[in-house]
Design a protein around this ligand. Structure first.
Ligand code: NAD
Length: 492
């Protein structure tokens, strides 16, 4: 069943119960108390990850189910397994030291916290949060924090490992970590979100710290969430330490100690690399077309910054819908629309299309900037682009990767392509530690230098070992970590 088609019945004859044109996602959960037939909730369907309006049919056997669940359900790929397979692939090519690889194949610490939060109506809800610290051989653990109903330990484990590779490739003195909270923020009021964030920070306690583990924004988290985390953390230390821990989180609002340019850093990094790729390939970005999946922080900034090259955004998909305009979509105008309406659905200057058509759209560049496992064997097969610049973490699964290679579509892999965020997080951390303030030109200049250097390391490694860029990026990262383990030895 097509994602935007709300009129058809599914294979069991269930019809979506709402005709509302507003952006309303129906929330569905196993046996959620108080759920009535026909109830509407904002949020994602936990089973089908539906990006459209879905229905809640009468429960069968006492189990609430999304109307489209059967039609859309698919096996969730094990992201961590993919990450380890990729490590082994690099190991096979370079024959890295086995002990170093055994260390890198494991995470260092995994924390799961369950904590209560009192909601607006006075009810107490138990929530589950994760923080996985993969490796800190090169410096403090570093990595984002996402709020998403599908977050689980496996995903966080995988993403924390990718962070270790990313910081190693970028040559910055950080390790890798990732955290997550299993919630859909759209289900909560702003006051509840603040309480949830503060209580989660408190539950993490000394497992985070400015010289130990430094969170940052990721999916569904933003500078405001970072400011609440900072304030909570500051409130738990002694008065003497209060102003010495500004760098416990990065991606803060500027006034709360954030860096110029951090808000757009990941998108900016992607665009610097697309420029570099275009230069290396003698490709003219003026008039080039691009499509973007995900129009949040990463996707919208990448899309907006491409505009200055005269490139044309022609299709966008996000959690609310999919749109196309072959004449071009003004990315700044769309960003304003999304800010007001919460998503691209019903954007008046483009026409709605479905998920399949989005992947079929002929363009020069595809920027996936949503979630993992979007480019599969199936979607890669129909993809009609020259370059995939991976803004999201883990957007391509191993089968999808094989198809991209067979079709000779260039890929700038996630652990290189989206490293602009962590690079500018490093700048923010340094500025906080040194009580300095860098201006935007300085931040952008340094970001471009670092990310293009990383690109060249990966490109040269790919040429040297005659491997794809994802494998080359892993070789760069693991080589750096292997050296540290060799030099330092293993304690005791
Ligand atoms: P965000 O929450 O700001 O935006 C996420 C976007 O993805 C939204 O537009 C949402 O509608 C869309 N989306 C979610 N599920 C989708 C689905 N199933 N299909 C289509 N679209 C969907 O998050 P973000 O910070 O922009 O992060 C996006 C990706 O980039 C993630 O993979 C994240 O890990 C990665 N990343 C983010 C940063 C950063 O600095 N924020 C840095 C590096 C990597």
């Amino acid at each position: 069943m097509k994602k935007n088609d709300r009129s058809k019945k599914d294979s069991e004859g269930l019809t979506p119960i709402t005709t509302s044109k507003e952006w309303k996602l129906l929330y569905f959960q196993h046996g959620r108390p108080g759920l009535e037939e026909g109830s509407e909730f904002r949020g994602l369907c936990r089973y089908c990850e539906l990006r459209d309006i879905c229905a809640i049919p009468k429960p069968e056997s006492g189990v609430w189910r999304c109307a489209y669940y059967k039609a859309l359900t698919r096996k969730k790929t094990n992201l961590y397994e993919n990450v380890i397979n990729q490590l082994e692939k690099a190991e096979d090519i370079v024959h890295f030291d086995r002990d170093s690889c055994r260390i890198l194949a494991e995470t260092t610490n995994e924390l799961i916290v369950h904590f209560p939060v009192k909601m607006d109506g006075g009810k107490v809800t138990m929530l589950t949060g994760y923080r996985v610290q993969h490796n800190n051989a090169l410096g403090p653990f570093k990595g984002g924090l996402r709020f998403h109903p599908l977050v689980d330990i496996d995903e966080i484990r995988a993403l924390s490992t990718l962070m270790t590779w990313k910081t190693a490739i970028a040559n910055i003195p950080f390790g890798g970590a990732k955290g997550g909270l299993q919630i859909d923020p759209a289900d909560y009021s702003i006051e509840e979100l603040e309480k949830i964030t503060r209580r989660f920070t408190f539950a993490l306690g000394n497992n985070i710290g400015p010289e130990y583990d430094i969170p940052a924004p990721d999916v569904n988290t933003n500078p405001q969430i970072m400011a609440w985390m900072l304030d909570t953390y500051m409130s738990t230390v002694t008065p003497n330490e209060r102003n010495r821990c500004l760098h416990v989180v990065t991606g803060k609002p500027i006034e709360a100690g954030g860096s110029q340019g951090r808000y757009k850093a990941t998108g900016q990094g992607i665009v610097f690399l697309i420029e570099k790729w275009a230069k290396d390939h003698g490709f003219n970005l003026k008039g080039a077309t691009y499509i973007v999946q995900g129009f949040g922080n990463v996707g919208s900034w990448a899309a907006r910054l491409m505009k200055k090259h005269g490139s044309k955004l022609i299709a966008v998909e996000d959690v609310t819908g999919v749109i196309l305009n072959k004449e071009g979509i003004d990315s700044d105008d769309l960003a304003d629309y999304v800010k007001e309406h919460g998503g691209v659905l019903d954007y008046p200057k483009a026409r709605p299309i479905d998920h399949e058509t989005f992947f079929n759209t002929k363009a020069d560049i595809f920027i996936p900037a949503a979630l993992e496992n979007q480019i599969t064997a199936e979607t890669a097969e129909v993809l009609n682009v020259k370059l995939v610049a991976e803004g999201a973490n883990g957007p391509t699964d191993p089968e999808g990767d094989k198809v991209l290679q067979r079709k000779k579509i260039d890929v700038i892999p996630d652990i290189l392509c989206n490293s602009g965020g962590v690079i500018v997080s490093y700048f923010e951390w340094l500025q906080n530690k040194r009580s300095e303030f860098w201006d935007l030109d300085e931040v952008d200049y340094k970001l471009q230098k670092m990310i293009v250097d990383a690109y060249e390391r990966v490109r040269d490694t790919a040429e040297k070992f005659k491997v794809d860029w994802r494998t080359a990026a892993h070789i760069v990262a693991i080589s750096r970590l292997e050296l540290v383990y060799k030099e330092r030895g293993i304690f005791p």
